[in-house]
Write a protein that binds this ligand. Sequence first.
Ligand code: 0RQ
Length: 506
Amino acid sequence: EHPRVLCKSLWNKIMPAEAAAAMISTGATIATSGFTGAGYPKAVPLALAQRAVEDKTRGKPLRLNILTGASTGPELDQALALTDSVAFRFPYNGDATMRERINTGAAEYQDMHLSHAGTLVRYGYYGKIDFAIIEVAKIREDGSLVFSSSVGMNTAYLDMAQKYIIEVNEWQDERLEGMHDVFNVPGKHGDRKAIPVMKADDRIGTPSMPIDVSKVAAVVISKLPDRNGAFKAPGEDHKKIAQHILDFLDGEVKAGRLPNSLTPLQSGVGNIANAVLVGLNQGKFENMTSYTEVIQDGMLDLLDSGKLRIASATAFSVSPEGQERFNKNIDRYRKQIILRPQDVSNSPEVIRRLGCIAMNGFVEADIYGHVNSTHIVGKGIENGIGGSGDFARNSAYTIFMSPSTAKDGKISAIVPFATHIDHTEHDTMGYVTEFGFADLRGKSPKQRAKEIIEKCAHPDYRPILWDYFKRSCKSPSAGLQSPHMLKEAFSFHTRYLETGDMRPKK
Ligand code: 0RQ
């Protein structure tokens, strides 16, 4: 018996995390809840990691294929990476230890658009899903699941898994019930129905997810909190980036292309995205809505001030302070926040219909408009494309933002040719750094290069970017639509690897 497990037929499945973890054999594929440090299972992964240590000492290492919504927290990604239990990881990781295992080749990682992940799993490309391990706030009388602080891939994983392990987390507020909008997007290619979200605040599903109770192998009670870090107060450069975006949006309103309430906002994770939200709270736009992936502290500020009417997402990514504020005002937030499965929150169909304004961070961006969101030269993959591709490709406005340099100026974020391309020139509409906003709309690659170098590049790098561009335009072997000198296209990067600085020695 348990106050959060209202389905009586599941009472005899309640067991310690260790007993549930013992059901999982090496080689298994486990599919878990969790998105940006919210709503991921904690007790069972920790028990699995503990077991992995014992298995290793017996010479039988535990190796698992792990599918999630997106990033999780240390109890899952870090614990399983530390014990070398991860053979394959999909579709997004943000954990530093897992990143190290991926970049040293100890774990395979497929980085994927978050809206595609559900369909790919449903089509069987990841094999049989042995267990779905899903964190919930509550199990209702009929066995249906009230998810916790994220929805992520839960619907696809519960549809596809052979067995379920349900973690009922008492730390999660029970009053989350009513915030989720569970709408399942199965269907074969060619036989799909529309996802009928016409406005950011449309609810199209149910507050909980009915399941086949006979598939539940274990119910585990946990009390462990979600782990999300605090946001840094926006720095000077972050504030400048935010101001350039506000000025751009203001110009769009004045030109009659956007209403004063704008169109639904999508903002990525991280400190810059949060700074933009802080800026919007001080700005003049009213009655805004957001159709995005994650709700962060800045979005709670906007809801509190009344500037934001509705926030639709798939997960929370709030600081511990934000969590306290959230719990205090949860009854009000329940009317304003909708948590959807990630194949709805990130649905290209819906994003295009709503005409979202997408604002995401980049690692590096090149002079013709290609953006690298994921790979760092000399290190490997940082996080993953996440939802940035879903939104970048389909939004009405696609803006990428970053400080103009990294590592004390030794790395330029604007380069001749991006070393990895997540978003192509056909998707990008604006780049922003602390120096300005490069408006790429209606411009050819060469016209873009001028705009990007002048508006966004750091002054230390402008002369060498101009030099590369001008010589490329005269290069006999370069086609003149987007001219490159292939031998020099990565010269900034090779110089950095050789000397530790992208700038040539004086
Ligand atoms: O390194 O942590 O060692 O200091 O990358 O960079 O500037 O703090 O910026 O936190 O906003 O992250 C693109 C990674 C930016 C992020 C990225 C180094 C830099 C620092 C972080 P340190 P910043 P942010 C919604 C949308 C892809 C997913 C996405 C991201 C660290 O925005 O993961 O958009 N995006 N999802 O020093 C070397 C460069 C560098 C560099 C940055 N050119 N070379 N190092 N760094 N640029 C969310 C989801 O989908 C879940």
